[in-house]
Write a protein that binds this ligand. Structure first.
Ligand code: PLP
Length: 400
């Protein structure tokens, strides 16, 4: 999105819905704004709208319709796919004899995953192995396999990082897990691996890289979020593979087949379904993403030439919309960008209120100063060549 005086390059925080999208979603909502659980005609119309949206999200992810649970966003979906799964395994019940469950996650997970594990570990309820990343923010799949022990119950690895855009080897992990679980000779290892839940935070990857191609193998649950793909905020989904289970985040009604109580956010869900229809499910979607990637590469190369800049994103194995770099005074540059109508971010949106060094960049080996002075520019498929040329022109003058 860019109006004549604003260039919006913060799509990893939120990709704002277009007016056309809002009008289309509102028109459907107005025809079906009852409660999907009500038995009368308006209730039935709402239930039909809900089902239609569920089909769109399931198709966009390449999974079964019954495997989609609508939730309030990526944070809730991640909570259910991690803490909710541990709860379902009965791991926090008081049992002196029970061993402490072991989980594996990466050093660059979003707080929607990492904070839950940190809390549980601080209470002595889990043991955790935090897999390190290299200077590009990437884990090694082998490190995850090496960390598995007899108490391991859950692995959580993000598909792509929100700050620097690094794509993790989730496909490789899923394929290998699938092979070891089901294709090798049955043995103690395969039996144990079948019980380990593999959760993926797909919030940033969904719609930017074709993660639906990963779904058939090894992955047990995936979190996605509507507002990252042009739907309204406050909606998301958890893919939970048939046969895998988690405890709902709270108690209440039987909505979402007892998996997520509470009257559904129908307008949000309609918007989410439409956003899937208008993106991933369009035949020309991936060519639009390719064009966006070309623009990202142009921006990347221009910034990389500037004096005193440290690139935190890479050209390869990175989301096709994300460029992250550190400069001498990132806070000032962010302010100048804003004053010149360019919306950018200092890293993860959730921590940008407080000026703390980015945990992701520290994990990648950047200094505290570099980790505090990072700028993230994140494009959408609608970001134009002119937007990119204007931003490059501005940065060339601002970074000397
Ligand atoms: N996971 C990742 C990788 C994210 O980038 C975000 C949000 O930025 C979330 C989870 C949380 O999603 P939501 O904002 O929908 O709660």
């Amino acid at each position: 999105m860019s109006s004549h005086n604003t260039i919006y390059l913060d799509h990893n925080a939120t990709s704002p819905p277009s007016s056309e999208h809002l009008e289309k979603a509102m028109a459907v909502f107005q025809q079906s704004c009852g409660n999907p659980s009500s038995p009368h005609s308006l209730g039935r119309a709402s239930s039909v709208a809900l089902t239609k949206a569920r089909h769109a999200v399931a198709n966009a992810l390449g999974v079964g319709v019954g495997e989609i649970v609508f939730v309030s966003g990526g944070t809730e979906a991640n909570h259910m796919g991690t803490v909710g799964v541990l709860q379902h395994k009965g791991l926090f019940s008081k049992n002196e004899k029970a061993c402490v469950p072991h989980v594996i996650y990466s050093a660059v997970e979003h707080p929607a995953v990492g904070a839950g594990f940190e809390h549980l570990a601080s209470q002595g309820l889990i043991k955790a192995t935090v897999v390190p990343v290299d200077s590009q923010g990437k884990i090694r799949a082998q490190d995850v396999f090496d960390a598995i022990n007899q108490d391991t119950v859950l692995i959580a690895i993000m598909a792509a990082n929100n700050e620097v855009g690094t794509i993790q080897p989730v496909l490789e992990l899923g394929q290998e897990l699938h092979r070891k679980r089901w294709l090798q000779q049955p043995c103690a290892e395969s039996a144990h691996l079948q019980t380990i839940h593999f959760h993926v935070d797909g919030v940033q990857a969904f719609g930017k890289i074709p993660i639906e191609q990963w779904m058939s193998l090894g992955v047990d649950s995936v979190a996605i979020s509507g507002h990252k793909i042009g739907a309204v905020q406050g909606t998301g989904a958890l893919f939970m593979r048939k046969g895998r289970k988690c405890v709902p985040p709270f108690l209440g009604g039987a909505q979402e087949k007892n998996r997520r109580p509470g009257t559904e956010n129908l307008f949000g869900i309609i918007s989410f379904g439409m956003a899937c229809q208008d993106s991933v499910l369009q035949t020309d979607w991936w060519s639009k993403i390719k064009a966006m990637d070309d623009r990202r590469q142009m921006l990347f190369q221009a910034i990389a030439k500037s004096n005193g800049v440290v690139m935190n994103s890479c050209l390869k194995d990175t989301l096709p919309n994300t460029v992250n770099f550190s400069v001498g005074n990132g806070e000032d540059l962010l302010l100048m960008l804003d004053m010149n109508g360019i919306c950018a971010s200092s890293g993860s949106a959730c921590s940008s209120g407080a000026n703390l060094p980015s945990k992701t960049l520290l994990a990648m080996g950047r200094s505290a100063h570099q980790a505090k002075n990072a700028i993230r520019l994140s494009l959408s498929w609608q970001t134009s060549d002119k937007d990119i040329a204007n931003v490059i022109g501005f940065l060339e003058k601002a970074i000397k």
